[in-house]
Design a protein around this ligand. Structure first.
Ligand SMILES: NC(=O)c1ccc[n+]([C@@H]2O[C@H](COP(=O)([O-])OP(=O)(O)OC[C@H]3O[C@@H](n4cnc5c(N)ncnc54)[C@H](O)[C@@H]3O)[C@@H](O)[C@H]2O)c1
Length: 635
């Protein structure tokens, strides 16, 4: 590495010397030709000529160096380089004139030579550059095979991309940039013109025969990105984007980072500012355990927790394959922590006790749960067992193992639940708020859907789109809150850091998004038009709501130190009464059928509403796949 660096420096120095000597020769030639022109093609007063030449060369070399004319790379010469030549020649002539007039006034240098030589030198310096560029282009690789691209954006990212595109064998030819800042229209960036605003794209794609559009706006908001995608679709041109600002490593954009536009880009919102120090303070050098570590939320929690330097991280999940992939993903990212993977079921209290006593975690993030609404409607007992009874047991075992903080991952489906899954999450929140503690701080964090989580609407729609199937949505007006997983988990960590015992911390999810609009965005991102893809509405599934809510009407919404995290704690119940109800709920599970369980849940969560399920549709009597029908709805 060191040798290569040294060798390239040596080469560069040689190249600079060569360029310097070559240009000095051109200046000398200019002076002689000027002399010949001035004196009818003869060379009189040779002594003056010979004395003047070194002074001229010194003046020219000094000013050419000042204006960077020894740099080379003439194959990329542009208007700016031409201007630099003119400035250097002007300044050099002035210096030469001053020197001859005041320092060597005895010599009596012919006045017209100043002008003639300057014109010839400028002409030669510009000429060789243009010639060099023309030659380079004629012997360069066949540009016709390069992709003809238009850039959206004329800022710093576009400049970097253009600089890379100019490199030989980049495979691209930049036709121009577009920018909605009208003051930039007409200027040139690295000799590439800013052709107009983004609205001009469709006509420019046709007139310039562009093959692709590169979106070079890393700071684009979701709305801006949606506009770019619409316009590219209208122009029927392929498009790619540079990564979002937050994903750019080391502040540099490169052509190799260009990627397809994703739904996250369209939903992208401003970067959340979280108080890193407070999160780090609570995690660094501690032992943390994540249940459901292999799941969508759990795995992102593991990734982000490692970032804050825990002493140890225990990843617990009942899915062996899930843990296998989690381990692959976390490989090399431990950040000095000892990462342990354990297969285990949270319903197995003996296994859990031995794990907790072995590792004695100081923090537990509880993300293990069943979450699919229609599936849990068919398996009410399992939902209660996993999401409620196991939680009660995890909490007491955690306290027994001297755990200091416990975070329950809740869901917006816990608010006014219309299904078993949501109702069990609500009972979880009630347990966390009401359970007396002997030193373990317990909080729930409630939020809506995260984009692309396992089995959720986006992956289902994407798969249907990929397989050219009809897109199925349960209802044209169904809306859900959406957040990018990484952002939701950042806020979960922030909520963990600031929550007080019993708090329900609710993440600000922005405005709910219509699933139909998401499907349309996915169609556009795939490069198809809505006419090419059929969308079918399959009807709301059991327990599915048109809209989710983030708060109960009776809940007081309180601010926290983080703008995007709200606090509510109006859910306190009498703990012994709640325990009694939970015992009754457990007992109801020994009776066949879901109705007794639903009735008991209703006693605990009075806001829970449900429709009586016809006998033919009860658990075990109807194959799940018939009822699921892969309709993309809520989760
Ligand atoms: N995904 C979302 O959009 C979203 C949004 C808000 C809240 N949540 C909540 O976050 C939690 C996790 O959701 P997810 O999307 O990560 O789900 P997921 O299904 O991707 O992950 C859950 C993980 O928990 C594990 N698990 C389940 N039961 C277990 C048990 N008994 N013992 C051990 N491991 C068990 C599963 O194997 C799985 O790996 C759920 O409570 C869900 O309601 C999810």
């Amino acid at each position: 590495m060191h040798i290569t660096h040294k060798a390239s420096r040596l080469l560069l120095r040689r190249k600079t010397w060569f360029i310097g000597i070559f240009q000095a020769t051109l200046v000398s030639c200019s002076l002689i030709v000027a002399w010949l022109l001035r004196f009818d093609f003869s060379l009189p007063y040779r002594r003056i000529l010979v004395l003047g030449l070194p002074v001229l060369l010194l003046a020219r070399i000094a000013t050419m160096a000042c204006f960077g004319l020894f740099r080379g790379w003439w194959r990329y010469v542009g208007v700016r380089d031409g201007l630099d030549v003119l400035k250097a020649v002007g300044a050099g002539s002035l210096l030469f004139w001053i020197a001859m007039r005041f320092a060597f006034k005895a010599i009596g240098f012919p006045r017209s030579i100043y002008l003639l030589e300057a014109l010839l030198t400028a002409g030669l310096l510009v000429g060789v550059r243009l010639l060099s560029r023309a030659l380079a282009e004629s012997v360069q690789e066949d540009l016709s095979s390069n992709k003809r691209v238009i850039l959206i954006g004329a800022g710093a990212a576009a400049q970097t991309i253009l600089r890379e595109i100019r490199r030989p064998s980049s495979g691209y030819v930049a036709l121009g940039c577009l920018d909605d800042d009208r003051s930039k229209v007409g200027i040139r960036i690295h000799d590439v013109p800013v052709l107009g605003t983004v609205d001009n794209l469709p006509s420019l794609v046709t007139s310039q025969s562009a093959d692709e559009v590169l979106i070079a706006v890393p700071s684009a908001t979701g709305a801006q990105m949606s506009k770019f995608v619409s316009i590219c679709n209208e122009a029927k041109v392929k498009f790619r984007t540079v990564p979002a600002l937050k994903d750019i490593i080391a502040g540099q954009v490169t052509v190799s980072q260009l990627r397809e536009v994703s739904l996250e880009d369209l939903l992208g919102r401003e970067r959340v500012q979280i108080d890193l120090a407070s999160v780090r303070r609570q995690i660094a050098d501690r032992t943390a355990l994540v249940t459901g570590a292999a799941g969508s939320i759990g795995s992102e929690l593991c990734r982000q927790i490692l970032h804050y330097g825990p002493a140890r991280l225990i990843c617990l999940d009942q899915s062996e394959t899930g843990l296998f992939f989690l381990r692959l993903g976390l490989d090399g990212r431990s950040n000095g922590a000892e990462v342990t993977y354990r297969v285990g079921d949270i319903c197995d209290s003996e296994r859990l006790r031995s794990l907790l006593l072995e590792f004695r975690p100081e923090i537990i993030f509880h993300a293990a749960a069943y979450k699919h609404v229609p599936m849990m409607e068919l398996n009410a007992h399992e939902a209660v067992k996993n999401n409620v009874l196991a939680l009660v047991s995890v909490l007491s075992l955690a306290e027994e193992a001297s755990c200091k903080s416990f975070v329950l991952i809740s869901s917006d489906k816990a608010v006014n639940p219309t299904n078993i899954m949501g109702a069990t999450k609500r009972i979880g929140e009630l347990i966390i708020s009401s359970r007396p503690t002997t030193g373990m701080r317990c909080v729930s964090v409630r939020f809506g859907n995260v984009l692309g989580s396992s089995g959720s609407v986006i992956p289902v729609l994407k798969e249907q789109l990929r397989n050219h199937h009809t897109l199925t949505i349960t209802h044209p007006d169904i809306k859900r809150f959406f957040m990018v997983t990484a952002e939701a988990v950042e806020l979960v960590l922030q909520a963990f850091a600031i929550g007080d015992h019993g708090d329900i911390l609710v993440l600000d999810m922005g405005e709910p998004v219509r699933i139909l609009d998401l499907a349309r965005s996915l169609i556009r991102l795939s490069g198809k038009s809505e006419q090419d893809v059929e969308i079918r509405f399959t009807g709301l599934r059991e327990g599915e709501k048109l809209k989710e809510e983030l708060f109960y009407e009776h809940e007081k919404v309180l601010p926290t130190s983080c703008e995007k995290v709200k606090r509510t704690n109006g859910s306190l119940r009498d703990w012994s009464e709640l325990c009694h109800q939970l015992e009754e709920l457990r007992a109801s599970m020994s009776v066949d059928g879901a109705e007794p369980v639903r009735a008991k849940i209703k006693e605990i969560v009075s806001e829970y509403t449900f429709q009586e399920v016809p006998a033919t549709k009860r658990a075990g009597e109807v194959p799940a796949e018939v009822r699921m029908k892969k309709a993309a709805g809520h989760d």
